[in-house]
Design a binder for this molecule. Sequence first.
Ligand code: PEP
Length: 235
Amino acid sequence: MPKKIAAGNWKMNGLRAALGEARAIAEGAPSGIVTLLCPPATLLAAMPEGLATGGQCCHTNETGAHTGDVSAEMLADAGATYCITGHSERRADHGERDADVLAQTEAAWRAGLTAILCIGETLEQREAGRTLDVLSAQLAGSLPEGATAENTVVAYEPVWAIGTGKVASPEQVAEVHDALRAQVGPDMSLLYGGSVKAANAADIFELGNVDGALVGGASLRAADFLPIAEALAAR
Ligand code: PEP
């Protein structure tokens, strides 16, 4: 059975003053699911007990002359057990391509982290009817051999739905997740990401092949994130 995961991606948000929100999320996290926060690397070591934590990306090397980068081993050393790889913002802002995402995913595994591998189509690709082909090619190019339900989670994040308030319809999510399930097997967790909020979470979690969510904006505050985690736990 896939694990149910409510994952929050804080992106480049969060000073130490935000740790109170993380504590409130840890205290209110429902049982029976994984509640996970991926804060900026600067906050990882200060995150409260009772939450799983993850990095947002990693360098592919363990150490070396790579100013400003953080290795998967450093994330693990700071307490992380997960690492997001291939987020569309990394692909757009840092030119990360499928081969880079594959290498980062392998680096995450090397450090004992579970990779949350993100894939997603642009609006242009969706409107051209290419969604499933694009996603299948991204997965083929970025999911390393040796992926298992223990070391990898796949997050479907339509680029046009991230941070835009436009959530994919249940039919759109179901079509993609059913296709992904056929590709990755019965046990790997499949998350949906893209403007998930308390108001739409339950409808998304009702879908058979959705095992949780990767949440950006609505993960910054306990009052917004906990109802999403609770909706998942209640499914
Ligand atoms: C994300 O960053 O992965 C994301 C889905 O963001 P948001 O929930 O803000 O759309």
